[in-house]
Design a protein around this ligand. Structure first.
Ligand code: GAP
Length: 532
């Protein structure tokens, strides 16, 4: 039975395990570390690859309607002006004049003063400055001259590259709206207060999908009506009459299902619908998937319905068209009755006018642009809307480790009770899939069998080989890093006890500690079906 551990000490134990077993190290540790930056050790690197691979496989390879992208981290700074990041991607920051601490204004109540870090003291009580906007983008300079013209930014999200390359991907991938573009990559934010281990870092990775859909007016023209959600749960296979709300619901459910498949069940997540006043100005709806971390229930992923804001901004700022041509829309539009045509055109015109007005375009120009957009809709052209499931790799890793961490009291054959620490990681993402042991390292026949098994399995999965210490200790070492299976070549393997056991091994499962004998020739299919 799992032992109950206080939440605060649970986090300390998890951090300690991550360091002790080589999952996560502090960056630049030998120089005292650097706040907000982390390195993944041998096991962390494997775990991270497995998580990213699972996401990539499900998002792109198992679907016909998503194409991949791997864009540069530094892009033209105009991208960040168009996206709004240069002007608005900031946190309110305040300084304490006494302790010189620097805090996020919205978190001041939760942060201890550096001079009085006692839990009971929130800040030193010193006089605070007024909140100032602090832009979170890291700046750098491109080329040998350091001036304003050479200023560039490390991307604070991977999403904008997807928008900037929308047309290239569309034209080269033979996709048609609705379709998505997926990307995994580094993002950088100069967070005012990085904290909670890797949860809020200054360098992290994102896995983002931008899924492009027609505006509802186009759907109605083509399909006759726009289907809307009828209740909670997965809405099923996409249909041509789905409007943005159903697509949004679809992606929320797809993402929750994905988490279930890598070991975070629905019960471990909280679905939080942002309130209207919390929404970004371009967003129509955002669902945050929260995970119950030991330090609180916090965001793992956001799934936003971002309207046509991003592509519209890039179209206007770059002067390059971002609209797509939809033949079905042009044909359907020609068959609409006048009243429907006018109603849909008016609705589209109003949405576009609202977009231009929010983007600061003067009313006269905004009206003319919106009018032109409505005319283009009638010709089968529109700027796609987008649903964006955006997840953080590092946060997901932390959630997976927190969820998997367990301490159990176990009693051995001699009646001695000890604590078993284990990571109940889903076999699909576990960094090491199987560990192979010779029962004794000084019996060449046992070693030869164990090595033979390791070589047989190795091309298909990550395999650890361990011949040191008592077998129970070796099991514990693997439990602690989440290895789902251990295989021991023992005397039965050599046929010394019972000839019918020759070429069988002991296979032990991590969670149940159940042991069974299995033929060496059955090992590969047995394990493969459990790790894939
Ligand atoms: N393109 C949308 C976007 O970037 P976001 O909510 O700012 O949205 C998406 O970020 C995800 O990226 C978050 O849900 C989180 O998992 C991850 N993330 C954001 N900031 C992070 C940070 N400082 N450290 C670690 N992960 C972060």
């Amino acid at each position: 039975m799992s032992q109950k551990i206080a939440e605060s000490s649970l986090m300390e134990r998890i951090v300690s395990l991550c360091k002790r077993r080589g999952f996560i190290f502090q960056s630049s540790e030998i120089y005292g570390g650097i706040n907000g930056f982390w390195d993944y050790g041998p096991l962390g690197a494997e775990l991270k690859r497995n998580v990213k691979e699972a996401w990539w496989r499900e998002m792109t390879r198992l679907r016909d309607d998503v194409a991949g992208l791997d864009a540069s981290i530094i892009m033209h700074p105009a991208i960040w002006r168009a996206s709004g990041h240069v002007d608005t991607f900031s946190d309110p920051m305040i300084d304490c004049k006494t302790c010189k601490g620097r805090f996020r204004a919205d978190q001041i109540d939760e942060i201890a003063c550096p001079q009085k870090p006692s839990k009971s003291v929130v800040t030193c009580g010193g006089e605070k400055t007024q909140p100032r906007a602090f832009n979170l983008m890291f700046e750098t300079n491109v080329g040998p001259v350091k001036d304003e013209a050479s200023t560039a930014y490390l991307r604070p999200e991977t999403a904008q590259a997807i928008f900037a390359q929308f047309k290239n991907v569309l034209e080269t991938s033979r996709q048609k709206v609705p379709f998505g573009i997926a990307q995994i990559g580094k993002a950088f934010r100069n967070e005012v207060t990085p904290r909670n281990f890797t949860f809020r870092s200054r360098e992290f990775e994102q896995m983002e999908l931008e899924y492009f859909i027609p505006p509802d007016e186009a759907i109605e023209a083509i399909a006759g009506s726009v289907a809307k959600p009828t209740g909670p749960g997965h809405p099923g296979t996409p249909r041509p009459d789905w409007g943005w709300q159903l697509w949004h619901q679809y992606w929320v459910e797809e993402r929750i299902a994905f988490y279930g498949r890598i070991g975070l069940p629905r019960e471990s997540l909280v679905e939080y619908w942002q309130k209207p006043e919390e929404l970004a100005h371009y967003a129509r709806a955002t669902v945050d998937l929260l995970f119950k971390f030991p330090f609180g229930t916090q965001e793992l992923e956001g799934i936003a319905a971002r309207s046509d804001f991003d592509l519209s901004q890039h179209a206007r700022r770059s002067g390059k068209p971002m609209a797509v041509f939809d033949e079905a829309l042009r044909n359907a539009w020609a068959l609409l009755d006048d009243r429907t045509r006018e109603r849909l055109a008016a609705s589209y015109r109003n949405h576009r006018l609202a977009h231009y007005s929010r983007s600061g375009v003067a009313i006269g120009e905004a009206t003319a642009l919106a009018e032109a957009d409505a005319d283009n809709l009638a010709k089968g052209q529109y700027i796609p809307h987008v649903i964006e499931p955006s997840a953080g790799v590092d946060r997901l890793l932390l959630a997976l480790i927190c969820h998997a961490y367990a301490e159990e009291g176990v009693t051995d054959e001699k009646g001695k009770t000890e604590t078993r620490i284990l990571l109940r990681l889903h076999p699909r993402i576990a960094p090491i899939k199987v560990a192979v042991f010779p029962l004794l390292r000084n019996r060449p026949e046992l070693v030869a069998k164990a090595v033979e098994i390791r070589e047989m399995l190795r091309p298909h999965m990550t395999v650890a080989y361990d011949d040191s210490g008592a077998i129970g200790r070796r099991y514990r070492r693997q439990d602690e890093i989440g290895t789902p299976f251990c295989i021991t070549a023992d005397f039965s393997t050599l046929g010394e006890n019972d000839p019918s056991d020759k070429d069988t091994v002991t296979l032990r499962e991590r969670d149940s500690m159940h042991q069974q004998r299995i033929k060496i020739s059955d090992l590969l299919p047995f394990i493969l079906t459990r790790i894939n």
